[in-house]
Design a protein around this ligand. Sequence first.
Ligand code: DHB
Length: 386
Amino acid sequence: MRTEVAIVGAGPAGMLLAHLLARAGIDTVVVETRSQEYVASRTRAGILEQSSVDVLTAAGLGDRLRAEGHEHRGVYLQWPGERHHLDFVDLIGRSVWVYGQTEVQKDLVQAHRGPVLYEVRDAALHDVATAHPHITFTDRDGRAQRLDATVIAGCDGSFGPSRSAVPTSARQVYERTYPYSWLGILADVPPSTDELIYAWHPDGFALHSMRSPEVSRLYLQVPNGTDPADWPDERIWSELANRLGHGQHDWTLTPGPITEKSVLPMRSFVQTPMRHGNLFLAGDAAHIVPPTGAKGLNLAIADVSRLANALTAQLRDNNPRLADRYSDEALTRVWRCTHFSWWMTTMLHTATDPFEAQLQLSQLRWVTSSTAGATGLAENYAGLPL
Ligand code: DHB
């Protein structure tokens, strides 16, 4: 097989890249180790920045998003006894949208007409620094395959083969682990809030998010290594009520049937550069952020938008300038979001150090009382323009 751009990974990064390149008349083949059903149904983040909405809309993927998604002007930040609303629209003239990654994925799969090979095994990247990069794999019928390409795009997340196809001598890794995880639930109950609540609490962080007017998504800070089996539904709702301030300021949390429960680890990770020869990395293949602030999917969309422009210029107009600048320019945004995610995470998650707790509360008071502080958070949360 031969194509212009071989794309590893059929998640939102790989599928959006395939879709954008197809619109520019560029051939792609996407290979994916998982099944289509698995990729379509896994639960991920639910917040789109303004610029992500703009990219999806320009790509012809905005109709269902606008019909079924929900625009939020801002978020609530709270700590015991206080709840403050930050209005991003007033502060910076930008908003965010509640629209699950699962929905973005469905829209992409439906829109894209090109070949996507699911359930491949043993995918391996070869000769990526030469003019003849290729991928070998076993297809789902058990046949050995070779896919030759002009360029390979690694959109295969942190467990895929692309990241490590860059030789160790040519890559640098930056990493941070955190001493806590999230216990996340989906529940069939209308959200108890109109916009997201980020709550600092001495017993640990809690977040009230949502997927639709009927479905709530909530998270609790838990220790690393937590077994979801130790958290029966009643314990989860009672801890959420405690940390989110049920019964205070005329506010109540309505519990409901929990349909999904899982523990999410937290990590910051950046691998540089994001290009090696004819291999380009995008999304989680190059970087991971902790979930606080919901930057992961948005960063992947920003990478892919930039990469699609770069590859179109290179392959259609024989102009390599954007491709040559791809890594440096993408990394500027990656590091901004890496800092913001780290900052939101470390401001809101309680640790054992009382000094740190006072710094966190001081920071929260500043962000909610100073226009300068609030504007900084709004600018990062709603996303800098591409
Ligand atoms: C969601 C996840 C986040 O990490 C966040 O900051 C906000 C919302 C969510 O899954 O809805």
